[in-house]
Design a protein around this ligand. Structure first.
Ligand SMILES: *[C@@H]1O[C@H](CO)[C@@H](O)[C@H](O)[C@H]1NC(C)=O
Ligand SMILES: *[C@@H]1O[C@H](CO)[C@@H](O)[C@H](O)[C@H]1NC(C)=O
Length: 416
């Protein structure tokens, strides 16, 4: 009986998938407007709306670190390097700090990788502190605001909390020196000590050329209903799966491993990118931190992201209407994922696919070399421009001090 029901479900689904695959083509030429809570801003040009001064630091804070490990250019936090390169030749850059709206400090705090390529953030606090000490003693601008008109790219797992274990990250909190600065980071979760008000959440870095090389013709139908590749359990640290991803990934596996609608596995095939282009829905469940390269991949490959991460703050959420593009499933509702996804009306799916097909949406997720209008670099600048003009509270009165230079773990105070 159960087998018969599956056969029926699969038959029903294949005709459904056929319609989606076929209909998608008709609409791929049509452009749907994209507008987020900040309005229709994805295609804004930041040039002329802000001026950024780039501090010149000794190369030990950036170039030398990269020379030691060129893998930093391809890992998911590479945005800290590419943003620096982008700003150096951007028309928003000013060489005159007196006319700058924003100050940028090029410090690569995430480029210290283990042999397996995982970034170690243990030196990051000291390095950041050292860079801030340097800019605050050599230029007058830091002291004028104690960093309130400065932005920093801190793409590590829990941003400027600089630890990959959540408990430790929470215990550390955001580096005290950065309390007034604007942080540009991949980490985004509401009401979390590692996400400061006013931060700009960005997508993780995903190599644009590599994804481009795997594009398949758009008329290939989407014959997979739900697709996911990745860990369900972190066997090394949490074999029970109760803590890892707050149990959400374990629940996906336990409930749907034998469900023919779900193409899920831990194995990462060479056809991974192609498979995403054959899928209607791609799961983006919470991992160790809520960011997910799968979100970027879903957008690039037109696979509707199914976001399973309560309270996540998604990249450029004020510019991109994630609610219209993706599907949000509460972590507690994972056991009903099949019912939730099969109950979405066809026209809703088609509308999401049309929105995903919009090139400006894809462009906003990427950090291409060289930069292109509307890409993630431009979205960051637009985000900074929307914070202008600075409020009066940004500038301190003469002699006023709010930062405590000796706060935080004593280990962080050691010279770098
Ligand atoms: C800024 O303030 C710090 C700490 O109070 C001080 O050491 C430094 O000399 C000041 N910088 C400038 C340029 O006056
Ligand atoms: C700065 O932080 C240190 C370490 O937490 C603390 O001992 C000190 O009292 C603080 N200073 C001020 C002025 O709050």
């Amino acid at each position: 009986m159960k087998t018969l029901m599956w056969v029926f479900a699969v038959l029903l689904l294949s005709s459904f998938l056929f319609m989606i695959g076929a209909r998608e083509l008709d609409h791929s030429q049509q452009r749907e407007r994209i507008s987020g809570s900040a309005g229709d801003v994805l295609e804004d040009d930041p040039v002329g709306r802000l001026k950024v001064f780039v501090y010149e630091l000794p190369s030990k804070y950036n170039k030398k670190i990269l020379q030691k490990d060129p893998r930093c250019l391809t890992h998911m936090f590479a945005a800290e390097i590419f943003m620096h390169r982008f700003l150096l030749s951007s028309p928003v850059r000013t060489l005159n700090p007196e006319e700058a709206d924003w100050f940028y400090t090029p410090v690569y705090t995430t480029c210290d990788l283990t042999p397996n390529g995982l970034p170690l953030p243990f030196k990051s606090p000291r390095m950041m502190r050292s860079a801030i000490q340097l800019i605050s003693s050599n230029w007058p601008y830091w002291n004028r605001t104690e960093g309130a008109d400065h932005f920093f790219v801190t793409p590590h797992d829990f941003g400027a909390c600089f630890h990959y274990q959540e408990e430790k990250a929470i215990e550390r909190g955001i580096l005290p020196m950065l309390q007034r600065a604007t942080l540009v980071q991949t980490f985004g979760q509401q009401n979390h000590v590692c996400l400061k008000q006013g931060s700009i959440t960005i997508p993780p870095y995903a190599p644009p050329q590599k994804m481009q090389a795997h594009l398949i013709p758009p008329d290939i139908p989407r014959s997979i209903f739900v697709y996911f590749r990745g860990l369900f359990y972190d066997v090394g640290n949490d074999p029970e799966g109760g803590y890892y991803a707050r149990g959400a990934r374990a629940a996906v596996w336990e409930n749907f491993k034998d469900n023919p609608l779900f193409d899920i596995s831990t194995e990462h095939p060479t056809t991974y990118y192609e498979d995403m282009q054959r899928a209607v829905f791609c799961l983006c469940p919470l991992g160790w931190a809520p960011w997910s390269p799968r979100l970027v991949e879903g957008v690039i490959f037109g696979c509707i992201p199914v976001i399973i991460a309560d309270d996540i703050v998604l990249p450029f959420a004020d510019a991109i209407p994630w609610e219209d593009i993706g599907v949000f499933v509460a972590e507690k509702d994972v056991p009903n994922l099949d019912t939730i996804l099969t109950s979405i009306p066809l026209e809703v799916i088609l509308r999401k696919q049309r929105l995903l097909a919009n090139p400006s949406m894809k462009q906003a997720m990427l950090f291409p070399q060289p930069a292109q209008p509307g890409d993630a670099f431009h979205q960051i600048l637009n985000g900074l421009a929307r914070k202008l003009p600075h409020g009066r509270s940004v500038y301190l009165r003469p002699g006023e001090k709010t930062l405590n230079w000796t706060a935080g773990p004593v280990g962080d105070l050691k010279p770098w």
